[in-house]
Design a protein around this ligand. Structure first.
Ligand code: ADP
Length: 327
C-alpha cells in the first residue's frame, strides 16, 4: 500500500514537565518546516486537544527557546482524555485542523494516552520521552534527567559544605516517586554515605549501626540521599527514624522538590531533545507510526508505544554495587 503523505502535524507536551521539552518542540517544528509540513502547537497537553486550544506555529514561533526550562506549550494532566468521549472530542478538533500526525512529548502516562488514541482513531502518534525520572524502557536517558541530576548535585554540594561545618547529619530528598535514578546519580556524584531508593528495600538498622560506629564524640556527620517515594516516607520519615534511634544526633533535612524540574536544560538534554524531536518527525513522514523514539548505546531506537508503556526499566545493579561499595 502506498504511504500516505502527510502535510500537517501537531505537537504537545503532557504530564510532568521536564527541562529540555522546549528544545524538543523546537526540533519538531524546525524539522517539520524543513520538510515542508505545517505544524500546530497544542496547549496544555491533551486538554488543549479536547478544548481546541490549537494554533499554527508561525515563523519565529520557536526562536530563543532551546535554552529555556518549562514548556512554551504548557503541560497538564487530563482526566477527560481518559474517557472515550474526551478522546472523541480531541479527535474531532484535530480533524478540524486537518492534523494527520501527532508528536507527544511526555512520560509513560502520556504515551498510554497516545497509544489508546492511535488505536481508536486514524491519527498516528510518535512519543518523545520527556521526564526527569528516566524510568522508561527503550531509551538510555530521557529529556530532563541530566538537568535534574545536575540541579540536585549542585544543591547537595552546598548542603555538604554547611553539613561538614557543623558536624551534622543531613537527609536530602530528591524526586523520583517510583524511580531511584536521580537519587543514585546525584548520591554517587556527591559522595553520599547512604542512598535510599524505592526499588531496593533499605536496611535501616544497618544504616543506624554504621552511623553509631562512625560517630565521634556524639557527632554524626553523614549525608543521606532519599527519594520522595521511599517506603519509609522520604526525608521526613528517615529523619524521624534516625532521631528515634539516635536521639543525640543533630539531624537536618532538605527537600529539593520542584527546583529539580526547572532551570536551563544542560547541553546533554538539549542534544537529546533535538535528536529525538528530529527523528519523531521523520517517523511520521516515513510511516513509522505509534512508536517511542529513544537512544540506546548512541543509536536511534524505535519502540512500539504498547511495549514502551509496558516494559519495566530496571535500575543498574552495577551502579547499586558501586554506590554501596563507596558509601
Ligand atoms: P506522564 O506522561 O508524565 O507519565 P501522567 O501519568 O500524568 O504523566 O499522564 C499524562 C496524561 O496522559 C494523563 O493526564 C492522561 O490525560 C493521559 N493518560 C494517561 N494514561 C492514560 C490512559 N490509560 N488512557 C488515556 N489517557 C491516559
Amino acid at each position: 500500500m502506498a504511504k500516505k503523505k502527510i502535510n500537517k502535524i501537531g505537537v504537545l507536551t503532557s504530564g510532568g514537565d521536564a527541562p529540555g521539552m522546549n528544545a524538543a518542540i523546537r526540533a519538531v517544528v524546525k524539522t517539520a518546516w524543513h520538510q515542508g509540513l505545517e505544524v500546530y502547537g497544542i496547549t496544555r497537553g491533551y486538554n488543549g486537544m479536547i478544548e481546541n486550544d490549537i494554533f499554527k506555529f508561525q515563523p519565529g514561533g520557536v526562536s530563543n527557546i532551546i535554552q529555556r526550562g518549562g514548556t512554551i506549550l504548557k503541560t497538564a494532566r487530563s482526566k477527560e482524555f481518559q474517557t472515550p468521549e474526551g478522546r472523541k472530542k480531541a479527535y474531532e478538533n484535530l480533524k478540524k485542523h486537518v492534523i494527520e500526525g501527532l508528536v507527544v512529548i511526555g512520560g509513560d502516562g502520556s504515551f498510554r494516552g497516545a497509544q489508546t488514541f492511535a488505536k481508536e482513531f486514524d491519527i498516528p502518534c510518535v512519543g518523545v520521552p520527556g521526564t526527569i525520572d528516566k524510568d522508561m524502557a527503550g531509551t538510555d536517558s530521557t529529556i530532563g534527567f541530566d538537568t535534574a541530576v545536575n540541579t540536585a548535585v549542585t544543591a547537595i554540594d552546598k548542603i555538604r559544605d554547611t553539613m561538614e561545618a557543623h558536624d551534622r547529619l543531613f537527609v536530602v530528598e530528591v524526586m523520583g516517586r517510583d524511580a531511584g535514578y536521580i537519587a543514585i546519580d546525584s548520591g554517587v556524584s556527591t559522595g553520599a554515605e547512604s542512598i535510599l531508593i524505592p526499588e531496593r528495600k533499605a536496611d535501616l538498622p544497618k544504616m543506624i549501626n554504621n552511623l553509631t560506629q562512625l560517630g565521634r564524640k556524639n557527632k554524626f556527620v553523614n549525608l543521606i540521599v532519599v527519594t520522595e517515594g521511599d517506603e519509609y516516607g522520604g526525608a521526613e520519615g528517615i529523619k524521624n527514624y534516625i532521631k528515634l534511634s539516635i536521639p543525640s544526633a543533630d539531624v537536618k533535612m532538605c527537600i529539593l522538590g520542584h527546583i529539580q524540574r526547572g532551570g536551563a536544560p544542560t547541553a546533554t538534554d538539549r542534544l537529546l531533545a533535538t535528536r529525538l524531536g528530529y527523528h519523531a518527525v521523520q517517523c511520521l513522514i516515513k510511516g513509522t507510526h505509534n512508536v517511542m523514539v529513544g537512544v540506546v548505546k548512541d543509536e536511534m531506537c524505535f519502540t512500539p508505544l504498547d511495549l514502551a508503556v509496558k516494559a519495566q526499566r530496571t535500575i543498574s545493579e552495577e551502579w547499586l554495587q558501586i554506590a554501596e561499595t563507596l558509601a
